[in-house]
Ligand binder design. Structure first.
Ligand SMILES: C[S@@+](CC[C@H](N)C(=O)[O-])C[C@H]1O[C@@H](n2cnc3c(N)ncnc32)[C@H](O)[C@@H]1O
Length: 268
C-alpha cells in the first residue's frame, strides 16, 4: 500500500512537472529550438527524418517515432549528417554496441565508411549484469541476435573490450570522423570515453554523446547521470571543444526528466 502511494505521488509530481515545463516551453518552442540547433550545425532535420525513414523501411524496421523503444533524436541527427554531403565521414566509432541496431543504421547511412563498434566482452561481469542480461538464456539469445545482425554488414567491425582500453588497444583507425559515445553513462566511464574520443578526433570530427542529463538528483554509473554533461562542460570551458545540446525526445511526457544529445567539435 505504501509503495503504491509513493508511486502514485511520484506519478502526479512528474505529470505536474511536465505540465509546468510545457507551459513555459511548449512543443512548438521545443521544436523551434531543436531546428535552430540543426541549422546552427548546417544540418537539415526535415531531410534527416526523410532519410532515416527510408533506411528504417529498407531494414524492415518501424518508421521513426520517438516513443518507439531505443529510437531517439540521434537517428535523425545521423541521417542529417549523412544527407549533408559536405561532411566527409569515412570512419565511425560507436562506443556501446548494445543490440547493433544503431550500427546497422549507420552502416546504411554511411555505406562507404568503416564502422567500428565496441562493447564489453560477453563474459564480462558488467556486461552480464546490466540491461536485463542477467538471465543466461535471454542473454545468449541477445548475443546471437546481435552477432547475426552485425555479421550481415561488411563495413561494420565489432570489437569487444572495455572502453577504458580505447586508446591502449590498437584500433585500425587512429582518428575517426564521427564518434558516438553511448556506453556507460555515468562516472567514471563516460568521463574516460569522452576524453578518449577527443584524442581520437580530428579537426572536423563530429563527437556525439547520448543520454545527457543537465540536472539529476541521483546519478548512477551506468544509466542516468550528470557525468557526461559535467565532463563536456569542463572541456568546453577549457576551450578544447564546443558543444550543442539537442533534445533527445520532444514530447511533453519526457519533460519530467529532460535528456539531451550533445554534438561537439574540436576547437583546437
Ligand atoms: C545504451 S547501450 C548502447 C546503445 C547503442 N549505442 C544504440 O545507439 O542503440 C550501452 C552499451 O554500452 C555497453 N557498455 C557499458 N560499459 C561499457 C564499457 N566500459 N566498455 C564498452 N561497452 C560498454 C553496454 O554493454 C551496452 O551494450
Amino acid at each position: 500500500m505504501i509503495n503504491f502511494l509513493i508511486r502514485f505521488v511520484k506519478l502526479i509530481k512528474n505529470k505536474l512537472i511536465c505540465e509546468i515545463r510545457n507551459f513555459y516551453q511548449n512543443y512548438f518552442k521545443r521544436l523551434g529550438f531543436q531546428e535552430k540547433m540543426y541549422s546552427k550545425n548546417n544540418l537539415d532535420r526535415t531531410q534527416g527524418i526523410k532519410l532515416i525513414n527510408k533506411i528504417l523501411r529498407k531494414q524492415n524496421l518501424k518508421i521513426y517515432d520517438e516513443g518507439n523503444g531505443m529510437y531517439s533524436e540521434h537517428l535523425i541527427m545521423f541521417a542529417s549528417i549523412a544527407f549533408q554531403s559536405k561532411t566527409k565521414i569515412n570512419s565511425i566509432l560507436e562506443i556501446g554496441t548494445f543490440d547493433g541496431i544503431t550500427s546497422i543504421l549507420l552502416s546504411n547511412l554511411f555505406p562507404n565508411s568503416e564502422i567500428i563498434t565496441i562493447d564489453l566482452k560477453d563474459d564480462d561481469p558488467i556486461f552480464k549484469s546490466i540491461y536485463e542480461r542477467k538471465d543466461d538464456k535471454l542473454r545468449k539469445k541477445f548475443i546471437l541476435e546481435r552477432n547475426n545482425r552485425l555479421s550481415k554488414f561488411k563495413n561494420i567491425k565489432f570489437i569487444q573490450f572495455n572502453s577504458l582500453k580505447l586508446t591502449l588497444n590498437s584500433l585500425p583507425n587512429k582518428k575517426f570522423d564521427l564518434i558516438w559515445i553511448d556506453g556507460a553513462h555515468g562516472y567514471p566511464i563516460v568521463c574516460s570515453d569522452i576524453t578518449n574520443a577527443i584524442s581520437l578526433a580530428n579537426n572536423n570530427t563530429i563527437l556525439m554523446c547520448d543520454d545527457i542529463w543537465k540536472n539529476l538528483k541521483n546519478s548512477d554509473p551506468i544509466y542516468s547521470s550528470v557525468a557526461a554533461y559535467e565532463t563536456l562542460e569542463a572541456f568546453n570551458r577549457a576551450g578544447i571543444i564546443k558543444s550543442d545540446y539537442f533534445y533527445k525526445r520532444l514530447g511533453k511526457k519526457y519533460l519530467s526528466s529532460e535528456k539531451f544529445i550533445s554534438l561537439s567539435r574540436l576547437t583546437i
